[in-house]
Design a binder for this molecule. Structure first.
Ligand SMILES: Nc1ncnc2c1ncn2[C@@H]1O[C@H](COP(=O)(O)OP(=O)(O)OP(=O)(O)O)[C@@H](O)[C@H]1O
Length: 243
């Protein structure tokens, strides 16, 4: 697994600065949660890391190498950094298995036969063994999101990014998706997660970063940030979110 470093990352949309000098370190095997009000810039940070958005300034280092330099093939970076979104984005005309196999076949040139044992094992591990041949509309939201996670993992990424992956789920399905993240953490995956699930951030994160107006205004281990927030903005946000 890899280590991720953001140094003074600046992202603007027109004259609006959405990431205003983000410094973030995610050590190998760490889970970092980004929290903050809607519009604070959490998704944009993740999209910049995955090179879905070009940045105006700063550096994004993957194991010490700047991946944000112009000219670098974004596909090769995205093969190393997986991302899962709120909306599962599965192809509706393909089975769960075919959705998962698509990228490793296309990008890595692997065959179905080569991939099958590893992918079957992942479906099994994430409680989806009997769902491999179902189409997305035959699956619950929680199952679809777990398939989306398996799809990202099938590329054998070194870092995983999760953007509000439980926000579109019925409350009773949230737990089964968060459990998958706990399993990944146990396996030592390096992860960054934008979330409104404060209970999960408190329980599972190694570090929590509070974003406000495109800046990380406070960060620390969850017990420090949740129990002893230093900034008024953090206190007010947590008071509302934990209510
Ligand atoms: N493609 C875009 N063009 C213009 N503005 C954008 C674009 N994408 C995001 N923004 C703006 O950037 C700001 C940060 O958005 P972002 O989605 O990163 O916030 P967020 O913290 O993830 O919010 P949420 O919790 O609602 O997902 C918002 O004001 C948003 O309107």
């Amino acid at each position: 697994m890899a280590k991720l470093n953001l140094q003074n990352v600046v992202k603007r949309f027109g004259d609006r600065t959405v990431c205003d000098g983000i410094d973030l370190t995610v050590d190998e095997g760490q889970m970092v949660c980004l929290i903050g009000a809607s519009g604070a810039g959490k998704s944009t940070v993740l999209r910049c890391i995955n090179l879905l958005e070009p940045i105006e300034d700063g550096e994004i280092l993957l194991d010490g190498v700047d991946i944000s330099v112009p000219g670098l093939d974004p596909q090769s970076v995205r093969a190393r950094i997986g991302i899962v979104f709120q909306s599962f984005n599965l192809f509706p005309h393909m089975t769960a298995l075919d959705n998962v196999m698509l990228a490793p076949r296309r990008v890595r040139g692997r065959t179905r036969a080569e991939l099958l044992p590893q992918i079957e094992e992942m479906f099994e591990r994430f409680g989806l063994a009997d769902r491999m041949h179902n189409y997305p509309d035959q699956l619950s939201g929680g199952q679809q999101q777990r398939v989306a996670i398996v799809r990202a993992l099938a590329m054998q990424p070194e870092v995983m990014l999760f953007d509000e992956i439980t926000s579109a789920l019925d409350p009773q399905l949230v737990g089964e998706v968060l459990d998958v993240l706990l399993m990944l953490k146990q396996q030592g995956m390096t992860m960054v997660m934008a979330t409104h699930e404060m209970g999960f951030a408190r329980q599972a994160a190694d570090k929590v970063c509070f974003l406000q107006n495109g800046r990380i205004v406070e960060e620390g281990p969850p017990e420090q940030l949740f129990d002893h927030p230093q900034q008024d903005a953090t206190r007010q946000f947590l008071a509302r979110a934990l209510k």
